[in-house]
Every structure is written in structure tokens, then in C-alpha cells.
Design a protein around this ligand. Structure first.
Ligand SMILES: [Zn+2]
Length: 113
């Protein structure tokens, strides 16, 4: 599976994440917001606000070390394996390269159609 296809699925079909994947992505986004404020307000202050971000103290290490790029790639691969037959892959008629979006009319090499 090419990086091009992974990015295309991520960009166009991320709504096909399953419930578990969505929860993990949301938790990670909440963690990133929480962590951003830790740098301003300090960790002791922000530990009192974990509940506001739907986080628990036990999850902090895990989320801090979560490789989001890798997670996104794993989700894209899972979406591909589960929904392969339903996905529309918008390919350039000239070179076969994948457009960035489903509606795109230009490939990464600059061909237009
Ligand atoms: Zn092309």
C-alpha cells in the first residue's frame, strides 16, 4: 500500500473509522489540548482539570507516547481492508496517480482532467 493511497483514505474516508478508533482519536485530540495548556498553566493545575477533557491520570503516559501518524496509517489500512470495494479511488487518466480528493481533477504530477 502506497503512502499516496494511505493519505487519500485518511483525507477522504476517515469518517469510516470504527467506534474504538474514533474514541482513541478523540482522546488523543483532547490530550493534545490538555497538554498545550499544561505548558501555560502547569501540570499541577491541569491535573485537576483532567475530567474536563475526558481523560484519566492513567491514560496520560499512553497518550503522550501515542504515535498519531502511525495510528492514522493503521486506521487507513483497516478502512481499506474493510471497505475496499466501496471506496472510490480517484486516479489520473494519464499516469494513474491518485488525486488528493475524491472530486480532484489534478494529480500530484500536475496532470489535469
Ligand atoms: Zn497524472
Amino acid at each position: 500500500m502506497t503512502q499516496e493511497l494511505l493519505e487519500y483514505i485518511y483525507r477522504n474516508y476517515f469518517h469510516l473509522r470504527n467506534e474504538e478508533e474514533m474514541i482513541l482519536c478523540n482522546k488523543h485530540s483532547n490530550y493534545m489540548q490538555w497538554d498545550f495548556l499544561v505548558k501555560k498553566a502547569g501540570i499541577e493545575v491541569m491535573k485537576d482539570k483532567l475530567e474536563d477533557y475526558e481523560l484519566t491520570a492513567d491514560e496520560l503516559d499512553f497518550l503522550a507516547n501515542l504515535d498519531r501518524l502511525k495510528l492514522n496509517q493503521e486506521i487507513a489500512i483497516r478502512i481499506w481492508n474493510t471497505h475496499k470495494d466501496e471506496l472510490y479511488i480517484n486516479k489520473c487518466p494519464t499516469c494513474g496517480g491518485i488525486a488528493r480528493t475524491k472530486e480532484g481533477r489534478q494529480c500530484r504530477k500536475g496532470h489535469r482532467w
